[in-house]
Structures are given as structure tokens and as C-alpha cells.
Ligand binder design. Structure first.
Ligand code: NAG
Ligand code: NAG
Length: 262
């Protein structure tokens, strides 16, 4: 009897919570991303109250691990955070830079929600000292100077399809000699790879040469910001956990960020 009513209460609660958060709006996705930032700041998981109870996955640097053993349990003083939202995939992407702690980090995290709004996956690329071109202070300096404000001229926004193509073409440059030429490089484009700045970013690009395509691609596409983030396994250069984020303004690539763990 007690058992039965408890089950009923839990069921009703799940239903209510599901109904409340079922909408995959920008606001709800960014609010969930903020909760993740709060958790990372404190190094505490208890604020993550909407993790899916039946099927939640935590992935760090392309490996499924116990969230209690991940970077999220380390309190980080965060110097910069920025999130984008993908209302079609019901996902968000957050970049975090923590440059002043004993262990500095540059983190790229995709959060995926179920249809009912709970968090099905937290998928993190966490770079620290020893990662490719890692220098959090330098990265912070470059990225602080950028603008990732919403693109106000709606008619000039790149479509979801275009953004995905740009992300894929970028990752294909190492295996497809023609991929670089399909990307609409902006003249004032900046590329920040770890802490390495290349400007304009359409210079010194790979034109094939590897036989291994970059795999395990996961996308967060935000037409409002003009961004695509792709988490992948950077197999062209050797199986490295990686995040590539690109912003397109008025049809041209403006910024490229990479976070790569060696
Ligand atoms: C559980 O989540 C994983 C990753 O999101 C997904 O691939 C899988 O299909 C899910 N399983 C079930 C039973 O929903
Ligand atoms: C995240 O960034 C926003 C906007 O720049 C800022 O207002 C907020 O305080 C930041 N959060 C943390 C935890 O640093």
C-alpha cells in the first residue's frame, strides 16, 4: 500500500517535472547550461537536479566515466563562460576558461536533453596543462576580445545546414584536399587553437594528407549566434579528444576555436 502510493507520487512528480521542462527552448537550454556552470564553479554535482534517472551518460575526453570522478567535481574559478543553444537537437554547448587555479582548464561541454527535458548526457572535452598548445591565460586573452553576441540581422544568419557543412568541411580538411576551399573564410577571421592565434584564419590550412577521417562527431548548432560546435575524435592526427567551434557572420567564417587533448 505504502509502496504503491510512493510509486504514484514519484510518477506524478516525474510527470509534472517532465511537463514543465519538456520545451526545448533557448531559455531552458541556457538555464540548464548555467546550472552546469554553477556545478563546475562549486565542484559539486548536487545542483544538477535534472540528470535523467534512467539513462544518464557522462563522457569526458571521449571516454564514458563516472561523473563523480570527472573534472566536474573540482571547484574551478571561472574566468570566462559562454554558451550556445541548439533547440533542434535539444542540446547546448558551453566553453569555460579557468586560468588562475593550481590546475588551469579550458573546457568545452555539450549537454544533451531528453524529450522530457532531463539531461541525458554531459559530454566534455577538458584540456589542461600538457594539452595541445595549452595556455589558459593566453587563450582567455584572445577569447575575451571576441564578440559572440547574437546576430541581430536575422536575414544574414547562416542556416543550420550551412553551419553543419562548415563544421564538417573544417574537420575534413585533413583528409579531403578540396575541403578547405569550400569554406567561406572571412577576411578578418581569427583562429584560436589552444592558445595559438592565426589571423587571418584562412591561411596555412591543411589540404588532405591523412587517410583517417575525424570521427565521433557530435554537433551543437546555434543559428542565432551563427555557431557550430563539433566534438570529435581527432583521428586525422592521432585519436585526440577535440572540440572545434566556428562562428559564421554574414556568410563568412569569423572565429574558430579548438580545444584538443593530447
Ligand atoms: C541511453 O543513452 C545513450 C546515450 O545518450 C543512447 O545512445 C542510448 O540509446 C540510450 N538508451 C536508452 C535505453 O534509451
Ligand atoms: C558567466 O558569464 C556571464 C556573462 O559573461 C557572467 O555574468 C557570469 O557571472 C559568468 N558566470 C560565472 C560562474 O563566472
Amino acid at each position: 500500500m505504502v509502496q504503491l502510493s510512493l510509486t504514484a507520487v514519484v510518477g506524478a512528480l516525474a510527470l509534472i517535472m517532465g511537463t514543465v521542462s519538456a520545451d526545448c527552448t533557448r531559455e531552458s537550454l541556457l538555464a540548464a547550461a548555467d546550472t552546469y556552470i554553477t556545478a563546475q564553479t562549486a565542484g559539486k554535482l548536487d545542483v544538477l537536479t535534472t540528470l535523467d534517472t534512467s539513462n544518464f551518460t557522462y563522457r569526458e575526453n571521449n571516454k564514458v566515466v563516472d561523473i563523480k570522478k570527472g573534472v566536474l567535481t573540482q571547484a574551478l574559478k571561472i574566468d570566462l563562460n559562454r554558451s550556445t543553444a541548439d533547440t533542434v537537437a535539444c542540446a547546448s554547448y558551453t566553453m569555460l576558461i579557468s586560468s588562475t587555479g593550481t590546475k588551469p582548464y579550458v573546457v568545452g561541454t555539450q549537454i544533451r536533453h531528453t524529450d522530457s527535458g532531463s539531461i541525458a548526457m554531459i559530454d566534455t572535452i577538458a584540456a589542461t596543462t600538457g594539452s595541445l598548445f595549452f595556455d589558459a591565460k593566453k587563450t582567455l586573452g584572445y577569447i575575451q576580445a571576441e564578440s559572440w553576441a547574437p546576430i541581430t540581422d536575422v536575414s544574414s544568419r547562416a542556416s543550420r545546414d550551412t553551419l553543419k557543412k562548415v563544421g564538417d568541411a573544417y574537420l575534413d580538411m585533413w583528409t579531403d584536399k578540396n575541403a578547405a576551399d569550400t569554406i567561406p573564410w572571412g577576411t578578418n577571421c581569427e583562429r584560436v587553437e589552444g592558445s595559438r592565434l592565426t589571423k587571418p584564419c584562412g591561411g596555412s590550412l591543411p589540404h588532405g594528407g591523412s587517410s583517417k577521417p575525424n570521427g565521433m562527431r557530435r554537433y551543437v548548432i546555434d543559428e542565432t549566434i551563427g555557431s557550430v560546435d563539433v566534438l570529435c575524435s581527432f583521428d586525422s592526427l592521432g585519436n585526440m579528444p577535440d572540440s572545434h567551434e566556428i562562428r559564421v557572420e554574414a556568410g563568412k567564417v569569423k572565429y574558430v576555436h579548438t580545444i584538443t587533448v593530447e
